[in-house]
Design a protein around this ligand. Sequence first.
Ligand SMILES: [Zn+2]
Length: 189
Amino acid sequence: MAVLPITVLGAPILREETVPVEVVTDELRQLAADMLETMHVADGVGLAAPQVGRRERLCVVEVEETLLTLFNPEIVARDGRIKWEEGCLSIPNTFGTVDRSAQVTVRAINEHGAPIEITADGLLGVCLQHEIDHLHGKLFIDHLSFLKRRSVLATWEKEKGRYPNLVRIFGPGGTEPEPTTEHATEQRI
Ligand SMILES: [Zn+2]
C-alpha cells in the first residue's frame, strides 16, 4: 500500500476524459487499494483516478459503512434535487454549494470484476456524482454560478501557491501540514 500524491486544480489530467477499464487486473486492484489509503490519509470520502494522476475510469468511495471500489461507474437513474456543500481533495480548503440529484442509481464493476448496482442518496449519492464527474474531467466548481465560482476561485488563488508542482504530497517533506486532532466538519470529496 502506498500514499499517492494528489493532483490539484491546474493539473491538466483533472480536465481529461478517463479510459474505460476492460479487465480488472491485480495492478488495478493495487491502484484502488493505494487510492483508498490516500483518501484516508487526506481525510476524504471519495477519490477518482485522475486525482492521483491516472486515466483509468476508477474511483473509490467510503461513506459511513459503505466502501466501494468502482470501475467504469455510470449513473443510470436520477431522482429529485438536493443542494450540498462540497469540497474536493484537489481544491483544498475551497467549498461551494452544488445542486445535485437527490438520489442516483449507479452501475459499475467492482474490484472482483463483477457488475454491481447501487442506489444512494444523501452524502453517498452526492459523493458518487462528484466522483463520476471527475472521471469525465468535471469538477464541482463547474456546477457553481458565475459569481460563486469567481469567489471560490479567488479563495483558491490564495491556496494554490502551496502547491508549486500541482500536487499535494503527504508525509515528511510534503506539502501537507501534520494531521491535527481537530476534525473538519466539511466533507472533502
Ligand atoms: Zn473531488
